[in-house]
Write a protein that binds this ligand. Structure first.
Ligand SMILES: NC(=O)c1ccc[n+]([C@@H]2O[C@H](COP(=O)([O-])OP(=O)(O)OC[C@H]3O[C@@H](n4cnc5c(N)ncnc54)[C@H](OP(=O)(O)O)[C@@H]3O)[C@@H](O)[C@H]2O)c1
Length: 280
């Protein structure tokens, strides 16, 4: 029986990971969220890892509030950087593998072709810079790690698709950013990718997003189409939307390491959102 510690188990990814491995008799999960294990507390992290002696730690915990990170930099740094550092130290000491999740926001979004794992990073905001610091700590401290950079993640929790459906209840038209491009990725597809790596020795940094890409406005249009809604989408600019934190305009990631080192293929984003909509 392989024991796996999951952090941030109540988040979108934490829930998807639990659902995916529910039937697997060879795995026993030690599920934790901030109440059971605050990943920013090194003593608690070490204590649990020493007690459990896990096969792996899957870090689903993060401060994902992109705008809030700007005004809560220290809190974001603790959760997004010091947390993964603590988990890395614990993983190394106990011989566990570490599965850590990062983001497209490590890039500046000025690219003109999909980013590959070896491209230079240049985060524009607090969320991206704290997540990048987390990646660096994992590389420094964990021995056997997987870092998966994903993007535009949605699953069981508060997400873009649900926000659009809620807005459509009281609006005939919604205004959605049309000049940011990325790859919407379901937590369920990301979990399949985690499964494809976790039991291997294929360590390192991986881009991990659904295939294909779109703008947020196109993504909203597809959500409405699948839900049978006639709500119109008006594409607006990032400037018009006016969010507090900067966001990369172009954040399409190429899953190059997955393609070159595994047989795993991510679903196209259209298929993944169609699957997700069936669960609502
Ligand atoms: N969501 C996206 O669009 C997106 C895009 C790219 C990458 N990612 C990355 O994907 C991963 C999973 O994201 P997600 O959307 O599943 O996140 P999420 O839904 O925000 O879940 C994160 C979980 O971590 C918990 N948490 C916060 N601080 C903690 C702490 N100190 N110790 C332990 N748990 C703590 C949160 O609890 P509270 O809710 O109580 O704070 C929450 O349950 C993250 O690494 C994220 O950076 C997400």
């Amino acid at each position: 029986m392989k024991k796996i510690i999951v952090t941030g188990c109540n988040g979108q990814l934490g829930r998807a990971v639990n659902l995916f491995f529910k039937e697997n008799q060879d795995i026993s999960f030690v599920n934790t969220d901030v109440g059971e294990l605050d990943i920013t507390n090194i003593d608690k992290v070490m204590e649990l890892a020493r007690e459990v002696q896990p096969y792996a730690i899957i870090n689903c915990a993060a401060h994902t509030g992109v705008d809030a990170c700007e005004t809560e930099y220290d809190k974001a740094f603790k959760i997004n950087a010091i947390g993964p550092r603590n988990l890395s130290i614990a993983a190394r000491e106990t011989g566990a593998k570490l599965m850590h999740i990062s983001t497209d926001y490590v890039f500046d979004g000025k690219g003109t072709r999909p980013y590959v794992e070896t491209d230079a990073t240049n985060p524009q905001g607090a969320y991206g810079s704290t997540k990048l610091a987390g990646e660096e700590f994992v590389k420094d401290f964990a021995g056997r790690y997987f870092i998966l950079r994903t993007a535009w993640l949605y699953g069981d929790g508060k997400n873009f698709a649900k926000t659009m459906l809620r807005l459509s209840e009281s609006n005939d038209k919604v205004r959605v950013v049309g000049d940011q491009f990325g790859s919407p990725t379901s937590a369920s597809e990301l979990t399949k990718a985690i499964n494809a790596l976790l039991f291997t020795e294929n360590y390192g940094l991986f881009h991990a997003t659904c295939e294909g890409s779109c703008s947020w406005a196109e993504f909203a249009g597809e959500v409405f189409r699948l839900a049978g809604k006639s709500t119109a989408v008006e594409a607006i600019t990032t400037e018009e939307f006016g969010a507090p934190a900067p966001r990369p305009a172009y954040s399409i990631l190429e899953n190059r390491m997955f393609k070159l080192t595994t047989d795993f293929m991510f679903a196209d984003w259209h298929e993944a959102i169609a699957e997700y909509m069936k669960t609502l």
